[in-house]
Design a protein around this ligand. Sequence first.
Ligand code: FMN
Length: 186
Amino acid sequence: MSKVLIFNGSPRKKGNTVVLINEFTKALTESDVEFEIFNLNEMNIKPCQHCNWCVNNNALSCVQKDDMNDLYPKLLEAEKIVLASPVFWFNISAQLKLFIDRLYALQGEKEYAFTKKKFAYILVYGANDPESSGVFNAIGSLKDMIKYMNNEIVGTVHGTAHKIGDAAKNLKLLEEVYELGKKFVS
Ligand SMILES: Cc1cc2nc3c(=O)[nH]c(=O)nc-3n(C[C@H](O)[C@H](O)[C@H](O)COP(=O)(O)O)c2cc1C
């Protein structure tokens, strides 16, 4: 199995998303599965300019020179990808959205070249009630994106944690994310 790629959309280095990613990767390590974590907030990822250079040249890369160009080959090679994000303003974080927009470059001539990948999602929010958190908007956006590119969602975990340290106290959420890790690599 190729390395599992994990994209962290939270800006907080010791935030709740990181705690959940660590719990997820515990399951991967126990199964001897390699992974790599990308902290999107620390990367140079510019917004898609919709110049269509990628499409017109069937480039599978972008004319903008930034960190996405190192990611494209890794993304094409990967079998399994994890997207983790806090809910910001009733959707995924801007850091994750910028990254997703840039997947536009991976279209290929007839159908998406970035296809047939397995995805897992980890989402965390401050609200006590998922209905009012906006997490279902985030899940809806991610689901549409995956379907459009003919990728597959293996599982989604979401739950409440607001302040730094909250996720470590949410035992149900930790258990769910660990189980998702196990399922993801089984
Ligand atoms: C800009 C911003 C917007 C937020 N919007 C929401 C929201 O729409 N719904 C919600 O339940 N929590 C919202 N939150 C709370 C975060 O989702 C919550 O604190 C989460 O634990 C942060 O994850 P992190 O520690 O991994 O960064 C928001 C926080 C920030 C900073």
